[in-house]
Design a protein around this ligand. Structure first.
Ligand code: GLA
Length: 409
């Protein structure tokens, strides 16, 4: 009897992810827009008024998000990254926005964003300075959390630069988490704790999950295929450590979607979208929604891919095979369904064929006695009823991905 109780408890521990941050937020991965990758620390509003970090940029993004179907597709957060504050705190020690670039202040901006039915995100840093050299929050966690709550902020991205002693990273992130909690306002807490901790030791992901709603593990995304590949490689190599901690309320964050910019081909953009869905990643676009090509827009607003990303079961997918320059990834979905991504990593030649079967993919067992297979991307295609013995052949372009769903019948 005792032994069986222990076995049952053991099984439950394996099946249930560690306790999440108990703020009721991010039950599915956060969706929105974040300024950093596309607009960086452009503060030169005289020379480049269209693209500098100032209140108009965020108001215009909010307008477009409502007008152009982004909000309806699920993208809800308009997020400010680094370079928004003034170099000086005010007389009460509070952060203040740069008065030239944010003359109306963040509260007004939050009101504007809320009036559109959207939410506002802001950025700060656990150390003495932000990565771009603006005032950090060390010594000011309570004041800053209260200021953000007073302004009506809905998400905080908390960076990890300039922490005088890295041993105190955890304490800093945990203290800010409780400071946010104590404000009584619902604020999604986006951390970079593990990214900075990995430079010294393996992070304690149980603690991170209890503290943050999502967390960056790996370096910044750039507008290039090499960068996307390195993020995928890192995630697959570390999947035993990072995949089990993801779940409703807490997600691994592989960084922004750069779809709609300059560096990725069409196939590479499809790969980023498909794999970010498989990885249950926050979908934070960093692009110029005021001027985005229709194909990129269609991809970013693809309902079926977003549904995979937002699946309520909240299990992160993982790589199950890497062979012959192909990668096969799967993600368990609610209703005993499955998402499957086949990526062609061969960067020469044309489209290549890949055969999916139970022999290479044990979870294909859900096709016993029958399942329904649908290709979601690159084009939508019903692939018919299949069974345990089926061999499903897909075509995959170089650096591209073919994405399927498998539904038991
Ligand atoms: C770090 C973060 C980026 C961005 C910049 C801003 O590099 O990882 O995502 O926030 O700082 O300076």
């Amino acid at each position: 009897m005792r032994a069986s109780i222990i076995v049952v408890i053991g099984l439950v521990c394996l099946l249930v992810p560690a306790a999440a941050l108990d703020n009721g937020l991010a039950l599915t991965p956060t969706m929105g827009w974040l300024h950093w990758e596309r607009f960086m620390c452009n503060t030169d509003c005289d020379a480049d008024p269209q693209n500098c970090i100032r209140e108009e940029l965020f108001m215009q993004m909010a307008d477009v998000m409502v007008k152009e179907g982004w909000k309806d597709a699920g993208y809800e957060f308009v997020c400010i990254d680094d370079c928004w504050p003034s170099q000086q705190r005010d007389a009460q020690g509070r952060l203040q926005a740069d008065p030239k670039r944010f003359p109306s202040g963040i509260k007004k901006l939050a009101d504007y964003v809320h009036s559109k039915g959207l939410k506002l995100g802001i950025y700060a840093d656990v150390g003495t300075k932000t990565c771009a050299g603006y005032p950090g929050s060390l010594g000011y966690y309570d004041i800053d959390a209260k200021t953000f709550a007073d302004w009506g902020v809905d998400l905080l991205k908390f960076d990890g630069c300039f922490m005088p002693d890295w041993h105190q990273l955890g304490e800093g992130y945990i203290n800010m988490s409780s400071a946010l909690n104590q404000t009584g306002r619902s604020i999604v807490y986006s951390c970079e704790w593990p990214l900075y901790e990995w430079q010294h030791q393996q992070p304690d992901y149980e603690a991170i999950r209890k503290t943050c709603n999502h967390w960056r593990n790996y370096g910044d995304v750039y507008d290039q295929w090499t960068s996307v590949k390195s993020i995928l490689d890192w995630t697959a190599e570390k999947q035993k450590i990072v995949v089990p901690v993801a779940g409703p309320g807490g997600w691994n964050d592989p960084d922004m979607l750069i779809i709609g910019n300059f560096g990725l081909s069409r196939d590479q953009q499809q790969t980023q979208m498909a794999l970010w869905a498989i990885m249950a990643a926050p979908l934070l676009m960093s692009n110029d929604l005021r001027d985005i090509c229709p194909k990129a827009k269609e991809l970013l607003q693809n309902k079926q891919i977003i549904a995979i990303n937002q699946d309520p079961l909240g299990k992160q997918g993982y790589r199950i095979l890497k062979a012959d320059s192909f990668e096969l990834w799967e993600r368990p979905l609610s209703g005993n369904r499955l998402a499957v991504a086949v990526m062609n990593r061969q960067e020469i030649g044309g489209p290549r064929r890949f055969t999916i079967s139970v022999a290479i993919m044990p979870s294909w067992k859900l096709c016993n006695p029958k399942c329904n297979v649908t290709q979601i991307m690159p084009t939508y295609k019903e692939m018919g009823v299949q069974n345990l013995l089926s061999e499903v052949v897909v075509q995959v372009n170089p650096t591209g991905t073919t994405l399927l769903t498998v539904n038991p019948l």
